[in-house]
Ligand binder design. Structure first.
Ligand SMILES: Nc1nc2c(ncn2[C@@H]2O[C@H](COP(=O)(O)OP(=O)(O)OP(=O)(O)O)[C@@H](O)[C@H]2O)c(=O)[nH]1
Ligand SMILES: [Mg+2]
Length: 323
């Protein structure tokens, strides 16, 4: 079956590291681009296995790899588009990682790649790394560990890290902070949604794609987006809009070129990145401060002390704060 064909080589390779608990060595292997090391590191961080904090302390913010977020409504053709971009960039010898968050079909990439490249070539292609993350974050947005996972992958010598996410509310904001370039993929069917999404998507999109341009309504959506981009720009650079038929590779080369150009012109750290990292830092501090404290531990302590004469809730609370 396709599933096991795709997963087995990675997991076997990952197992090489099950006995290897030296985080320094693991990190060095990631820096060299070992897929087995990357896979192992992601597993360690996702599951908070021994050494995960040590591993995170090795990571650096400013690495060569650029993150491209591809987001949009379910079924917009994001995976197909990512696939088409992969094929385009493989030919240019670029090293690419793909992280698919909550994919409806986690094996889509393998399946689609398999259609066009021989499977054996895919396994041995040292330039493509694909990982899917199945769990959503506690905030209803991206996977809980998406920031860490992306940071790990960025340590490896990739040129581009593509992150596919289904755009639903919060995750769109998160992806904008995670990615250096956010590609918002829409389809003619989503024409009406565009009006309701207006503020949100204008805020996060660095590039718009009207995919399924072979369908009715594509031209209208394209025009609407151009108008919205023009209004928002207010004399500054307008967010570019592209038309693609991802299944036929139409418009993909132009999109790839625009992404590359956008990344080349990137200079200072975007506000959205600062926002996301502030949020993340806040969560980490909170988690650290709350370590060992649960509602149950509070309740148990409360039960034994509340009957004491002179019990004071506020000094009781201080006891937890000074822990
Ligand atoms: N007609 C047409 N169909 C397309 C195009 N791009 C993708 N599709 C089809 O749309 C369907 C959904 O494509 P996916 O790439 O899985 O879409 P997705 O956005 O990744 O979907 P989720 O990850 O489930 O949100 C598939 O049947 C594709 O073959 C296109 O440009 N034109
Ligand atoms: Mg998909």
């Amino acid at each position: 079956m396709l599933t096991s064909q795709i997963l087995l080589p990675l997991e076997n390779a990952e197992n090489e590291y099950l006995v290897q608990s030296n985080i320094d060595t693991l990190y060095q292997e990631i820096r060299k681009g070992s897929f087995a090391a990357i896979a192992r590191a992601i597993t360690i961080v996702e599951n908070e296995l021994d050494g995960y904090e040590d591993l995170l302390l090795h990571l650096h913010e400013n690495r060569h790899a650029r993150v491209v977020g591809v987001t949009g409504p379910p079924g917009a053709g994001k995976s197909t588009l990512v696939n088409a971009l992969l094929h385009h960039w493989i030919k240019e010898n670029k090293k690419i990682a793909v992280i698919a968050v909550d994919p409806s079909s986690p094996f889509n990439y393998g399946a689609l790649l398999g259609d066009r490249i021989r499977m054996s070539e895919f396994y041995t292609n040292p330039n493509i790394y694909i990982r899917s993350l199945a769990t959503r974050g506690a905030l209803g947005g991206l996977s809980a560990r998406i920031i860490e996972v992306t940071d790990i992958v960025k340590e490896a010598p990739f040129d581009i890290v593509l992150v596919e996410t289904v755009g639903v509310g919060q995750s769109e904001v998160e992806i904008a902070g995670l990615a250096d370039c956010t590609v918002v993929t829409l389809v003619p069917e989503a024409g009406d949604e565009v009006q309701t999404l207006k503020a949100g998507i204008m805020e996060i999109a660095n590039l718009f794609v009207v995919n399924k341009a072979d369908r009715d309504g594509a031209e209208g959506l394209y025009r609407n987006l151009r108008i919205m981009a023009h209004e928002k720009a207010n004399g500054n650079d307008e967010t570019p809009v592209f038309k693609t038929v991802a299944t036929e590779n139409t418009g993909v080369a132009e999109l790839a070129a625009a992404i590359e150009q956008y990344l080349t012109n990137l200079n200072n750290i975007p506000e959205k990145r600062l926002h996301l990292l502030t949020e993340k830092c806040w969560q980490l501090i909170q988690a650290h401060k709350m370590r060992g404290i649960s509602q149950l531990s509070i309740k148990t302590a409360l039960e034994s002390e509340i009957g004491n004469s002179g019990f004071n809730l506020y000094s009781f609370t201080r006891h937890f704060l000074s822990k």
